[in-house]
Design a protein around this ligand. Structure first.
Ligand code: PMP
Length: 401
């Protein structure tokens, strides 16, 4: 059985005055909280105090919970024993932290198919066009890395937030290491839907966000090799990141403390860890089976006139993210009709991946507003057959209009 999600009984007022249960098909943006996550936060709320400093009971209890959360996240990521787990605000924050920790002169290789969070933070980047096949991705990364002297880092998504497609991260890690580079993986979309395995896949860094992983907003993590982190300028300068402050500042060389100055988001970390525990306890097989069944049902039901966005074709393995355009209807209009007439929540736009969506839309990129946009339906633990069937029926109505 899958864990219950909070808010699955939410009602939506429709334009015609009716109320219907909300069909949340926007998990890729932010997923609802799991009940065990709510329980963990409720348990921590009555006795919390600042971590790492206080001698009081509540402070010691909170510190223990915070450090246990770090341990849980490390295990969830399948990381090596010595890997650092730095709590961040989200994936964007984690990638920006990593960008500040790169050795002097590092060149980053990144595909244009990345989310902006993984495309934009790098001071020096070689940008590659979205590849025509997974094999092509590996070849293009290999070629680009071979041409670079000095420190290098390959940054790549594990699962696309636009097409849902799974990327060949094990093969990419292999070529990166053969070329003397490291690899950082954007697991924002992957972590909620497949088992992360940092050590087994030989990844150097992964980043993910709690709010896509069935926890509330404001906590994410960068997990990975400690050496670059331990030597870099502290991400934030302030209390907690220092060993001793006199005329000179002596920064902590602990990679986690060094980059977590200020009072951390303890409840966010506890919530993130509770989500990790709930997913692990559920097991990936039932989660993947549930999501694959519903994704197939949605894709099989799409009417003619609805075009799916995919880089590597409809049969390439993917998570439950289905982006599409509807002939004759701008994405914004479709999303608004789905919301106000059917009570369905989807996202429309370019999903913070402008170069990628532009490349996928091609000619069709010229919607009413001239910018090009798509609609994205995304599936998770709380998605039901009824949600899928309602979306399919609504799309049939819309194309008939
Ligand atoms: N990477 C991917 C693949 C994403 O889908 C997202 C969120 N849309 C991000 C990074 C950024 O996540 P956040 O907004 O939580 O920083």
């Amino acid at each position: 059985p899958l864990p219950a999600v909070v808010g699955s009984d939410l009602l939506v007022p429709l334009a015609d005055g009716r109320q219907v249960p909300y069909a949340n098909l926007d998990y890729a943006a932010s997923a609802p909280c799991l009940e065990p996550v709510r329980a963990a936060v409720a348990e921590a709320l009555p006795a919390y105090s600042s971590v790492h400093r206080g001698a009081g009971y509540a402070s010691r209890l909170t510190t223990a919970r915070y450090e246990r959360a770090r341990h849980t996240v490390r295990a969830f990521a399948g990381a090596r024993p010595g890997d650092a787990v730095v709590f961040t605000r989200n994936t964007t924050d984690a990638m920006n932290l990593l960008a500040r920790c790169l050795p002097e002169g590092t060149t980053v290789v990144v595909f244009d198919s990345e989310h902006h969070a993984s495309l934009l933070p790098w001071p020096r980047a070689v940008r590659l066009a979205p590849p025509a096949s997974p094999g092509e991705a590996v070849r293009a990364a290999d070629e680009a890395l071979a041409a670079i002297d000095g420190p290098k880092l390959l940054v790549v998504t594990a699962a696309s937030n636009v097409t849902g497609e799974l990327w060949p991260i094990a093969a990419l890690a292999h070529v990166a290491h053969e070329r003397g580079a490291r690899i950082a993986v954007d697991a924002a979309q992957y972590a909620p839907h497949r088992r992360l395995a940092v050590a087994a896949l030989d990844l150097d860094y992964v980043a993910f966000s709690g709010h896509k992983l069935y926890a509330p907003f404001g906590a994410g993590a960068l997990v990975g090799r400690p050496d670059w982190l331990a030597q870099a300028e502290p991400y934030l300068r302030g209390g907690g990141a220092t060993r001793n402050v006199a005329d000179e500042v002596e920064w902590s060389t602990d990679p986690e403390q060094r980059h977590e100055a200020g009072t951390p988001n303890v409840l966010g970390a506890i919530a993130l860890a509770a989500a990790c525990e709930a997913l692990t306890a559920t097991g990936w097989t039932p989660i993947v089976r549930h999501e694959e069944r519903l994704t197939a049902r949605l894709r099989a039901g799409l009417p003619e006139g609805v075009r799916e966005l995919a880089l590597w074709g409809p049969d390439h393995p993917r998570i439950g993210v289905v982006s599409f355009t509807v002939a004759g209807h701008p994405a914004r209009e479709v999303a608004e009709i789905l919301s106000t007439e059917y009570g369905i929540g989807v996202r429309d736009g370019r999903f913070c991946a402008h170069p990628f969506v532009r490349a996928l839309l091609g000619e069709e990129g010229d919607c009413a507003d001239g910018t090009g946009a798509a609609v994205r339906a995304s599936i998770g633990i709380g998605t039901t057959e009824e949600h899928i069937d309602r979306l399919v029926a609504a799309l049939h109505d819309i194309v008939r209009r």
